[in-house]
Design a protein around this ligand. Structure first.
Ligand SMILES: [Fe+2]
Length: 248
């Protein structure tokens, strides 16, 4: 399927210079993965774990974004596309609509393993990208981007941002009689994941109206999160949000 060239996102596209990563940086990646492994193996949803294998992540090496894209493209049409950093909404949504996931190439240093204020390649790839191998999630994310790309109203964008936050970033799912995690913010953070496992936060059944009415808190542990039953539920939710907030 031919895709339109990117316009808003074009200034942010960069190359990943894989050969420039140092042994120290590969070592930091390995340590980050090693720290997250026990919780992720026990609490990540099965679609995430399958995706991790499909995209060919290696526990002890930083990921090559082009190799990942080569594995994803035939499966769901997604690519991991290197960008220079945080993107404005218009550019971000344009890329999601084109099935390109804006992916940072920098990696946190050893003295900030648990927390960084802006996403790095660990958050983006370890946290987000395995889910892009799952067809329903992949279609959901593309559709989300396409909808947001059409919206100019800041209040509607904020409400749609809550849908992103409580799914892509902090989504939970009921599986095998347990709460499992699929959102990047929970997958990639020990504190947030522990907060979910130890019931530090309230876990509600996913309900679009409640999600759209729940403001996002970015600078504290999450107090209320939402668990889906399956990924079709969020695909339907994004279409419902479109009918409710955008199309009318
Ligand atoms: Fe994220």
């Amino acid at each position: 399927m031919p895709t339109e060239p990117l316009v808003a996102a074009a200034p942010y596209l960069i190359e990943q210079k894989y050969q420039d990563y140092t042994p120290e940086q590969h070592g930091v990646w390995a340590e980050l993965v090693c720290r997250r492994r026990p919780q992720v193996d026990a609490y990540a949803c099965r679609e995430y774990l399958e995706g991790y294998e499909i995209i060919g992540l290696q526990d002890d090496r930083l990921p090559n974004l082009y190799s990942i894209a080569d594995r994803l493209r035939p499966r769901t049409g997604w690519a991991t596309t290197p960008v220079s950093g945080f993107l404005p909404g218009e550019a971000f949504f344009e890329m999601l609509a084109a099935r390109m996931f804006p992916t940072t190439t920098w990696l946190r240093s050893r003295d900030s393993l648990e927390y960084i204020p802006e996403p790095d390649i660990f958050h983006d790839v370890f946290g987000h990208v395995p889910m892009h191998a799952h067809r329903v999630f992949a279609d959901f994310l593309q559709h989300y981007g396409a909808i947001c790309a059409r919206v100019k109203d800041a209040d509607i964008l904020e409400r749609l941002g809550r849908l992103f936050w409580y799914t892509v970033e902090f989504g939970l799912i009921r599986q095998d009689g347990m709460i499992k995690v699929y959102g990047s913010g929970v997958i990639s953070s020990h504190k947030e994941c522990t907060n979910v496992i130890e019931k530090g936060c309230q876990i509600r059944d996913f309900d679009l109206e409640e999600v759209l009415a729940t403001p996002v808190k970015v600078d504290e542990l999450q107090k209320k999160l939402f668990a889906i039953e399956n990924f079709e539920q969020i695909y339907e939710a994004v279409q419902q949000a479109e009918r409710q907030l955008v199309a009318g």
